[in-house]
Ligand binder design. Structure first.
Ligand SMILES: [Zn+2]
Length: 259
């Protein structure tokens, strides 16, 4: 067993036997690992094994058996995140995506840093829907998907209104729209934003602002992309979808009542 100190984010925990828990943590040093916590309710570790806990952990890693948490410190709570059910459900989805996109035990410090930064920005009150979209788009590479939304598949021109083609897995410029009669007829601004999202820096994020109508179009297209190329179905994503239709219902009721 190897004893290491590492930053980590708790992805989830689940009951194991009567009083124990299994806790999955994405560690910066050793990738995603499952840890065994004995008598979880009475353990000093209780506070540190809740989903979304970001802390420094001292752990014993076993390559073939169970790993253990020895101690933790420097717990950072995402306060805002935990108080807003909408924000929290998006954060939960992001954790599930990070869990799904790479194998366990694979060291991926870049993904870890990206996850932490995205959660911090959500917590600071930036638009969680857009942050989620950016996370989804940048994660496509981890799922083995490379998306060309930057230049026309045929003439390689850039910076013009594009449409998307599944046949060519890329964008077509107006001169080459005819190459695919089943092109998506997508709002070109959706593709422009997705292109931005692929390479956006965190500094730029604080200035980005997207209207509700455009957000819905982005959501729809990214859902299509995930269906077509990734094919995972996460419970946390279903929850967001349900929450959003429920949210719409609330807004409608409010409008009707104010009439
Ligand atoms: Zn072209």
């Amino acid at each position: 067993m190897e004893r290491i100190e590492t930053s980590g984010i708790v992805l989830y925990n689940r009951d194991f036997r009567e009083e124990d828990k299994l806790v999955k943590i994405f560690t910066e040093q050793a990738g995603k690992r499952m840890f065994f916590v004995k008598y979880a309710a009475k353990s000093k570790l209780t506070a540190a094994i809740q989903p979304l806990t970001y802390a420094d952990f001292i752990v014993k890693i076993s390559e073939d058996g169970l790993s253990y948490i020895e101690d933790f410190h420097q717990v950072q709570a995402f306060r805002h995140l935990n108080q807003d059910i909408f924000c929290l459900s998006y954060a939960t989805y992001i954790l599930a995506l990070a869990d799904a996109c790479v194998q366990d035990k694979i060291h991926d410090a870049a993904l870890f840093a990206f996850l932490v930064k995205t959660l911090e920005l959500m917590d600071s009150g930036l638009d969680y829907e857009i942050l989620t979209n950016i996370f989804e788009i940048q994660l496509l590479g981890r799922f083995g998907v490379s998306l060309n939304v930057h230049e026309c598949v045929f003439c390689h021109r850039v910076g013009i209104p594009f449409d998307y083609s599944y046949r060519y897995s890329g964008v077509l410029c107006p001169q080459h729209y005819h190459e695919d009669e089943r092109r998506l007829h997508l709002d070109p601004n959706v593709l422009y934003l997705i292109d931005q999202f692929q390479a956006i820096s965190f500094g730029e994020l604080e200035r980005i602002s997207v209207k509700d109508g455009m957000k819905r179009k982005l959501r729809l297209f990214i859902d299509q992309l995930y269906d077509e190329y990734v094919g995972i179905h996460l419970k946390s994503k279903k929850f967001i979808d349900d929450l959003s239709s429920w949210g719409q219902l609330m807004k409608q009721t409010e409008n009707e009542e104010s009439k």
